[in-house]
Design a protein around this ligand. Structure first.
Ligand SMILES: CCCCC[C@H](S)C(=O)N[C@@H](Cc1ccccc1)C(=O)N[C@@H](C)C(=O)O
Ligand SMILES: [Ca+2]
Ligand SMILES: [Ca+2]
Ligand SMILES: [Zn+2]
Length: 317
């Protein structure tokens, strides 16, 4: 819509208060942020599956109803992910040309998932047992938006090893967003919205993928056809390598010297946007990450050595 920017405040999925930009047009206020790129727009699918639904409209700037919560988080967190890519990597939205960030909430009925469909981020409300509204997790939103970045850069095929790499990159940046914004940061994925009635668990873990049944070594990779060849399963191998690269540790008797989250993120961002291609395998990813680290820190740097150690530790040569 065309209008004037105003400040909105609202309640998120977890009951937390947050502020964001809205646009006032006539008598209505919309979840439209004109201050970031060409805009951040949040839509209501009204529990149907036609996309994108309608631009979120309110009669005031206070979004504190239960039905508003998923939209509040989708809008506020999408803005935070926009700011991260712009401030940390100088990337202006997923296309690096300020593309409008579209988010859709209340998709379907009891929909236990979230996805990027090539045009927008789409979030279900969950069934209230397995998941609550998926936009309530910052790592989920950064996961989905990172798929958009990957699609416009390496365009990693969403199947088998390239697909697991694609999924891992989304989990990695989901985690980096939590640390960058200091939002209850951890190396878990989906903890804020998974099993709302069970505290202390998560959907996936980067620090210990095996905690949720995912492999933490190449010798334990899934070789079936389910899940597009295990894209959400074998992502654990790359997630573990990224965790070790950032934090360090000894894994299957291989020691890794940690280099910190920021450098780990720089290396993965550069590799994904410069060296990875649609068909990149785990082994080729190692090579691309080594090259990215060499570009950034020098061929004989600790960072390069730590990338090699991390991939040795998860059995990827
Ligand atoms: C439409 C089917 C395909 C969905 C794929 C999207 S990108 C995806 O990976 N979604 C995440 C959502 C998520 C992210 C973080 C934490 C919890 C849930 C995902 O992992 N989906 C699982 C449920 C899956 O599709 O198997
Ligand atoms: Ca997390
Ligand atoms: Ca839980
Ligand atoms: Zn995904």
């Amino acid at each position: 819509v065309v209008g004037t920017t105003v400040n909105g405040t609202g309640t998120g999925v977890l009951g937390d208060t947050k502020s964001f930009k809205m646009v006032k047009s006539g008598a209505y206020y919309y979840l439209q942020d004109d201050t970031r790129g060409k805009g951040v727009h949040t839509f209501d699918a009204k529990n149907r599956t036609s996309l994108p639904g309608t631009l979120w409209r309110s009669t005031d700037t206070l979004l504190d109803a239960a039905y508003d919560r998923a939209a509040v988080d989708a809008h506020a967190y999408a803005s935070q992910v926009y700011d991260y890519y712009k401030d940390v990597f100088g990337r202006n939205s997923f296309d690096n040309n300020g593309a409008i960030l579209k988010s859709v909430v209340h998709y379907g009925r009891n929909y236990n998932n979230a996805f990027w469909d090539g045009t927008q981020m789409v979030y279900g409300d969950g069934d209230g047992t397995t998941f609550t509204s998926l936009s309530g997790g910052l790592d989920v939103i950064a996961h989905e938006l990172t798929h958009a970045v990957t699609e416009r850069t390496s365009n990693l095929i969403y199947r088998n090893e390239s697909g697991a790499l694609n999924e891992s990159i989304s989990d990695i940046f989901g985690t980096l967003l939590e640390f960058h914004t200091n939002n209850n940061p951890d190396y878990l994925i989906g903890e804020d919205i998974y099993t709302p009635n069970t505290p202390g668990d998560a959907f996936r873990s980067m620090s210990d993928p095996t905690a949720y049944g995912d492999p933490d070594h190449y010798s334990k990779r899934f070789t079936g056809t389910g899940d597009n060849g295990g894209v959400h399963i074998n992502s654990g191998i790359i997630n573990k390598a990224a965790y070790l690269l950032a934090v360090g540790g000894t894994h299957y008797n291989v020691s890794v010297t940690g280099i910190g989250n920021e450098k780990m993120g720089q290396i993965f961002y550069r590799a994904n946007t410069t060296y990875f291609t649609a068909s990149t395998t785990f082994s080729q990813a190692r090579a691309g990450l080594v090259q990215a680290a060499a570009d950034l820190f020098g061929a004989n740097s600790q960072e390069v050595n730590s990338v090699k150690q991390a991939f040795n530790a998860v059995g990827v040569q």
